[in-house]
Design a binder for this molecule. Structure first.
Ligand code: BG6
Length: 511
């Protein structure tokens, strides 16, 4: 008896999906190497890049932090992190070869002598590996350490090497308002040039955020309707079920506006609103995003057009959770926002008159990040006259996470002898179509930084413009102009956020 074997069916959408770019030999130096971000995000990302064979020969990692660890202790801690957080299970033999290139230098961030030791160590590694003096300095530290580290790197001769390149990757937050962001920019600028500075916004590393550009600019049918003539309003929403997860100390200093709106939401908004670029080379994308930021009208009535709120105790997925003020590290009378909503207007030819509504909150009933674009209704309500329903407007939803995809809502005739119209969806799901997990944002961003491609990093003018827009809101909120609203954990936020949009005869898209 013969058995028929069928060749595995190749998914054509997966063709060419392997990462193919390899950077120069280099060392990645992680400041704050014993911290949470390194174990949770950076090391798993670097490990997965190694797994994908995207790291160059002569690659090494040097961890730098206060703890007096040996190379071995550092390797053991990183292995634990990768085992716990890597998107792919750890492979022992791959780990062994990866771990051989992990090194550790103990030192305080303001200890000049420790930077000399770091420079020596890097010099020795260069000699051993032929890394050519290329270094990526990653600041996974509290922001107060950014300026001192940069200064010491400069003093140790590491910032402007004669051979090879030096780049500085800076985590958020970049400042806490316009004045502090400008001061930080100046401090870093005395040591590093703008083109050496890579400001991370991990939303830009998300596949689906990048897909906003692909969707808009590689399809012919959407761009002609992507403007005020066809779009009624745009909503960018980020809902999280988590609370502050032990980060009460950080969050008290931050709040939703600084933690999410100034960076992640503004970046997503810019990608939705920007003009097409002629190429993806160099600064083209960042130039267009900067134009969007500069075209956003300053919010003239902050009390009317913004909402700040904080969660009270409630229940998420049937489990009781404490209110924000009961969280560890949070003042019992805290006035920190865990929810923010606002209405913005972009004053340019494309968007004039189209409101952009933003909302973000912790302890909401669902985790979801979405951009919802509502189009104008059909000019004639034809089917109402024939006894049908009033058609709902077309809605395009870009689902950034977790159920990544895109859906388009349109009206369809309900089968039967009447002309009833119901909204239905055309739905694209990443998982179904491509059948692979997208890489983590940090994988893409670390690789790009090693490659010297800063397209997906924020540039100073964009960061500054976002602070220019939002600092008056921060100041007004701090001055008590917009009263703090409260919402139950597990609800969709405060009533005031509903009013913000209902006042305009619209409603929040249901996520
Ligand atoms: C971080 C914020 O930048 O983004 C966190 O500091 C937030 O408060 C997180 O939870 C959300 O990221 P993601 O990738 O889970 O949407």
């Amino acid at each position: 008896m013969t058995t028929m074997t069928t060749a595995p069916i190749e998914n054509p959408l997966r063709a060419g999906m392997r990462l193919q770019r390899t950077p120069d030999a280099c060392a990645v130096v992680v400041f704050g190497a014993t911290g949470d971000l390194t174990a949770r995000k950076l090391m798993p990302a670097l490990y997965n890049l190694a797994r994908e064979r995207s790291l160059p020969g002569g690659f090494s990692i040097v961890g730098y932090a206060r703890r007096d660890w040996s190379d071995e202790q550092f390797r053991a801690a990183m292995k634990e992190g990768v085992t716990k957080y890597s998107r792919e299970p750890i492979d022992e033999s791959l780990w062994e070869s990866f771990a051989r290139e992990l090194h550790y230098v103990p030192g305080n961030f303001d200890d000049a002598e420790a930077y000399t030791r770091l420079a020596d160590r890097l010099g020795k590694q260069d000699a051993a590996h032929g890394a050519g003096g290329n270094r990526l300095f990653y600041l996974a530290t509290p922001p107060t350490a950014y300026a001192p580290i940069a200064e010491h790197l400069g003093a140790a001769g590491l910032a402007r090497p004669a051979d090879g390149w030096a780049r500085l990757v800076v985590e958020k937050p970049f400042g806490r308002d316009l004045a502090s962001a400008r001061a930080l920019d100046q401090e870093l600028g005395t040591v590093f040039r703008e083109r050496q500075i890579y400001r991370i916004d991990h939303y830009l590393g998300k596949e689906t955020v990048q897909n906003i550009m692909v969707f808009r600019f590689s399809n012919g049918i959407f761009e002609p309707i992507w403007n005020r003539r066809y779009v009624d309003n745009v909503q960018v929403s980020v809902a999280e079920t988590v609370g502050v997860e032990g980060r009460g100390g950080y969050y008290e200093e931050s709040g939703a506006l600084r933690d999410m709106v100034q960076n992640h939401l503004m970046q997503v908004l810019a990608l939705v609103a920007m003009e097409p670029v002629a190429s993806f080379q160099g600064d083209a994308v960042r130039d267009e995003k900067a134009k969007v930021f500069h075209a956003i009208r300053p919010i003239d009535d902050i009390t009317r057009d913004t909402v700040r709120a904080q969660y009270r105790a409630g229940a998420i997925f049937g489990k009781d959770v404490p209110g924000y003020r009961e969280e560890e590290g949070v003042a019992p009378d805290s006035n920190t926002d865990t929810y923010a909503a606002m209405k913005l207007e972009i004053e340019n030819w494309r968007w004039s008159g189209v409101p952009f509504y933003l909302r973000v909150g912790k302890r909401l009933p669902k985790r979801a990040t979405e951009v919802a674009i509502t189009f104008n209704r059909a000019p004639l309500q034809l089917f109402r006259q024939m006894g049908g329903d009033n058609p709902t407007p077309n809605l395009l939803v870009l689902r950034i996470q977790p159920d990544e995809g895109i859906s388009l809502r349109f009206g369809a005739k309900v089968p039967g002898t009447r002309s009833d119209v119901r909204p239905v969806n055309m739905d694209f799901r990443y998982g179904n179509s491509f059948g692979v997990d997208p890489p983590e944002a940090y994988e893409r961003l670390l690789l790009d930084a090693m490659l010297g491609d800063s397209t997906l990093f924020t540039r100073w003018d964009g960061v500054e413009a976002a602070w220019e827009l939002l600092t008056p809101v921060i100041d007004s909120w701090a001055g008590g102009d917009s009263p703090m609203q409260f919402y139950d954990a597990g609800s969709w936020g405060p009533e005031a956020a509903k009013h913000l949009i209902e006042r305009d005869g619209r409603e929040w898209h249901r996520m």
